[in-house]
Design a protein around this ligand. Structure first.
Ligand code: PAF
Length: 286
């Protein structure tokens, strides 16, 4: 496995693998890799002969009071995991490699980034779409794989790729979970034992909503209120949002109809903000 910190040698490597006949798969990450990330790497390996993983804690997607400085890092562990999962190359740029000058260019997907996580993290998605575009420009992949845990991020990136005619196949992979249902996240490392014990409530509330839909409860307000009650049973939980939205447009859904719906939520367990989501109709895609 090759390791690159600069753009030109990574580009030369990708070019040579492409000339040798390989398709290029790409998994962008912020590191501190867990099994969820590795499932993305393995999926990329099924779809492309050459898989590039990027590890870059992107400063522009963190708000002023967020955890940029304390975001967990483990470069040596991450490299070993990438190699075991079959990556051909890992790109670990420094901040100045990706942002060589004060950026004047922002890629913004309007509207669908203003709600859900975008309401409480107003600059977050501009940072994500800008860095993902820059990484796509560097790697020029045929296929890029993202996790469905970041459901809004995946929908926004799909929209951006479509609107900007980027010739990249975007693949979403199911959320990897602990045995008790908690979605894997690098930020789970921040949870105290008591917060960790209550964190599966998020997934339990989503599963209960899904069961209610199967039983015929289609009114989003009722579903949201019941999920709220379940999560608020924990003294550690502070709900940021619980919403029922259209799976592709992210528009709020009042009554679940033929397009189906996703319940998405963000909850602070202590200081740690956790997100999760579930497709509420029978397609179980989120
Ligand atoms: O999902 C993430 O880890 C990040 O938002 C991404 C896509 C790597 C961009 O920094």
């Amino acid at each position: 496995m090759q390791i690159f910190r600069e753009i030109p040698p990574l580009r030369a490597f990708v070019r040579s693998r492409r000339q040798a006949g390989d398709a290029v798969g790409f998994v962008p990450t912020m590191g501190f890799l867990h099994d969820g990330h590795l499932s993305l790497v393995r999926e990329a390996g099924k779809r492309a002969g050459c898989v590039v993983v990027s590890i870059f804690v992107n400063p522009t997607q963190f708000g002023p009071n967020e955890d940029l400085d304390t975001y967990p890092r483990d470069e040596a562990g991450d490299l070993a995991k990438c190699e075991a999962a079959g990556a051909a190359a890992v790109f670990l740029p420094r901040v100045w490699e990706m942002y060589p000058s004060e950026p004047l260019t922002t890629v913004r997907v309007a509207g669908m980034t203003d709600r859900l996580c975008g309401a409480s993290r107003p600059t977050h998605f501009d940072g994500v779409t800008t860095i993902v575009t820059k990484l796509f420009q560097v790697v020029q992949p045929d296929v890029a794989v993202f996790g469905q845990k970041d459901f809004q991020q995946l929908a926004v990136i799909r929209r951006m790729v479509r609107e900007l005619h980027m010739p990249i196949d975007i693949v979403g992979m199911p959320t990897a979970r602990e045995a008790d249902g908690l979605a894997l996240s690098s930020r789970n490392a921040y949870l105290s034992p008591a917060q960790r014990a209550d964190a599966p409530r998020l997934q339990q509330a989503l599963q209960a909503a899904r069961a209610e839909v199967a039983a015929g409860v289609l009114d989003a307000e009722i579903l949201i209120e019941r999920a709220r009650e379940k999560i608020q049973g924990s003294p550690h939980a502070r709900i940021d949002y619980i919403e029922v939205v259209h799976p592709a447009t992210l528009d709020p859904v009042g009554v679940i109809g033929p397009d189906g719906a996703v319940m998405a939520l963000a909850v602070f367990m202590g200081e740690t903000r956790l997100i999760d989501n579930l497709r509420l109709d029978d397609r179980n895609a989120a």
